[in-house]
Write a protein that binds this ligand. Sequence first.
Ligand SMILES: [Zn+2]
Length: 351
Amino acid sequence: MRFADVIGNASVAKMLSSMADSGRVAHAMLLYENEGCGALALALAYVQYLNCSNPSGGDSCGECPSCRQISKLIHPDMHFIFPVNKGPKTSDEKPTSESYLKYWRELAVADPYFTEADLQRAIGIESKSGLIAVAEAKSIISKLSLSSVTDGYKAVIFYLPEKMNQETANRLLKLVEEPPAKTLFLFITHAPEKVLQTIFSRCQSVRVMPLTKEEAAQIAALKPAQDAEESTIFMDLFSDLLRSIVSRDLMGTLECGEAMAALDSREKQKAFCTFAANCIRKIFMLQQNLPQISDVEEHEIEFYSEMASKCPKGFCVKAITNIEKVASMIDRNVNSKILFCDLVNRMFLNI
Ligand SMILES: [Zn+2]
């Protein structure tokens, strides 16, 4: 991927290419983003630029052997670490990223803006949480101890370091602090506050900015149809919930809570929370008489206007707080039936 191909975040791309030009390449960087905003695309473009044999105008050529290998994610000096778990797509008892590399490549080449839920789906561990275990640290330490295959930079793209436990971090610490020459760690996080402080403090942090509406639409067009199907399911569920609440139908409301808990993975339940919070923000914006920044599409206006008129002031803020709380509890393995039942009940009472 070239910087020119990255959607959005032109200023971050410029900063990365200037850093490469100056020769003052930080050996550990932490790119933090709201999920799906292009941190991985930027990291890939950066490594490609650093290793390009014919760069020009602040960008890689896209055609030399190194660029071609990096764009297919098969460059021998580029390594990937991401959260994994046991699943049907590997027979490894203690899987590492290596066990799922084929699926990672397929996903990231097709859509470098993928979400954590997309990754879970691609590697077949939808119903489990991904983790970065100590075996991963051992594997990368041995890979980096070998001399580089090319004379360019070795790069470790470390996706979601917040999923790494203390033991893994301890093992990696020295390597991150004093890496071998021309070796980079690029951490990509969606939750910088959850990254272990020992790792965080050794990285140069870079904020990857949220996308504009147009940029998000460009990225949405790259996504496979499954996402569209998922949003239809989410929208049906959300509108059933709100209609039940405003019509004071407690049984209907509780049934929606059950349907939310029955979504077939934690990642999907969290994705629904993000979706629902976003829908409630739209209602809130309409209540504030700010339709121009509500992001409500033409075909949705009837539903959202009706809800904006029926939900009392104060409902939206409370609902968003409660939904965000549930999303964070899902990560802590709390029983989802209890969580969603409590959530819809609170929403019912707050109207
Ligand atoms: Zn090149």
